[in-house]
Design a protein around this ligand. Structure first.
Ligand code: M6R
Length: 348
């Protein structure tokens, strides 16, 4: 039931604080898994598709920066080319909302031959939960909209818990408890994004850029805009723009710049200036009080400054989900049922 919302997608975006709060309740179960695997693994490989792949990219940054274990991320449909390099000291983590994606299940079967497997899944009793050695159940509740929203942030919080427990990082574990409140603050200001969306409804192309932890946010923001609004959107590592795509930037191209506080802030601001100098329309997503960002952007959406680059993937994605939703509605599309897409892709 839509419970008064126009679409499932906007209802599910608004359930993200609760989805995270409920998934934080899985901490003790995740700790048991971490205790079982931590002595035997020297490498982690994430395998997933689509939005779940973007959650996995955040997992790579987290595990490598917090724990120092080499971690890579494979698209499930490309997994077989790397399968021979796995061994019994590799933990292969499968991320899937549905637990039924054909590409992911095929890879899971192959990984089970050599390695310990962990599935992070939302749908209870799904095939992935039956095949993997270990399971983390995200607690987002059923997701009806084709676009993954609340299940994405739930996957992320599960990955954050896993990584923080593996790193024994008590400070991060404590900070994660505040994430539902930060999301709630964003949701209270969602009218700002609805207004801003009017500027983008006629666009044909858009760029999303970020660095480090913000790079997967940019990729996911672009995927959402593509699938729900049918606007050609590219997510790019901000430092990579100058190696080619900057040739496309002119006054017709909106660029969404993801700029949380943290070590990359000044570098991303330089990238913002590069696109601005070419006439791009800049939508800055950054921290309350970031005067430079406010000055340089055509439009801004501002988030609690306690949300730094490390926590950003969990919170900064929310305005980007809202942007794709509102642009879709303004273009008179159905965000819950984008053309050519199914909630669960059961063919390879
Ligand atoms: O159920 P899964 O997480 O395995 O699905 C993977 C992708 O098909 C899925 O994330 C897809 O990209 C979504 N439509 C994104 O919103």
């Amino acid at each position: 039931e839509k419970e008064g919302y126009d679409h499932f997608m906007i209802k599910e975006i608004n359930e993200q604080d609760a989805a995270i709060r409920n998934t934080l309740g899985e901490k003790d179960k995740i700790k048991d898994i971490v205790d079982e695997v931590k002595e035997t693994i020297n490498r982690v490989v994430f395998v997933a598709c689509g939005t779940s792949y973007h959650a996995s990219l955040t997992g790579k940054y987290l595990i490598e920066s917090l724990v120092g274990i080499p971690t890579e991320v494979l698209l499930a449909s490309e997994f077989k080319y790397s399968a021979k390099a796995l061994n019994d000291q590799t933990l292969v983590i499968f991320i899937s909302q549905s637990g039924e994606t054909a590409d992911t299940l095929k890879a899971l079967d192959a990984a089970n031959e050599t390695s310990k497997t962990l599935a992070i899944v939302n749908v209870r009793g799904s095939s992935a939960t039956r095949k993997a050695d270990y399971v983390i159940q995200t607690q987002a509740g059923p997701e009806i909209g084709v676009a993954a929203t609340k299940t994405y942030v739930s996957q992320l919080i599960a990955i954050y818990l896993f990584s923080a427990l593996l790193a024994d990082d008590a400070d991060l574990l404590k900070r994660l408890e505040k994430v539902p409140d930060y999301i709630d603050e964003v949701l209270k200001k969602q009218g700002i994004i609805r207004e801003i969306s009017n500027n983008y409804k006629r666009d044909k192309d858009a760029f999303f850029i970020g660095r480090g932890f913000s790079y997967p946010i940019a990729l996911e923001g672009a995927l959402k805009l593509k699938e729900i609004s049918y606007i050609h959107a590219e997510g790019y590592a901000a430092g990579e723009l100058k190696h080619g795509p900057i040739a496309l930037i002119d006054k017709n191209i909106p660029v969404v710049v993801v700029v949380p506080p943290g070590q990359d802030h000044n570098k991303i601001m330089s990238n913002l200036q590069e696109v601005k100098a070419r006439g791009a329309d800049v939508l800055g997503i950054g921290a309350i009080g970031d005067k430079d960002l406010i000055k340089e952007s055509d439009n801004v959406f501002l988030i609690n400054s306690e949300v730094d680059d490390i926590l950003a993937p969990l919170v900064y994605i929310v305005p980007l989900q809202l942007l794709s939703y509102h642009v879709s509605v303004l273009r008179e599309l159905d965000p819950d049922k984008p053309k050519n897409l199914a909630k669960c892709v059961t063919v390879e």
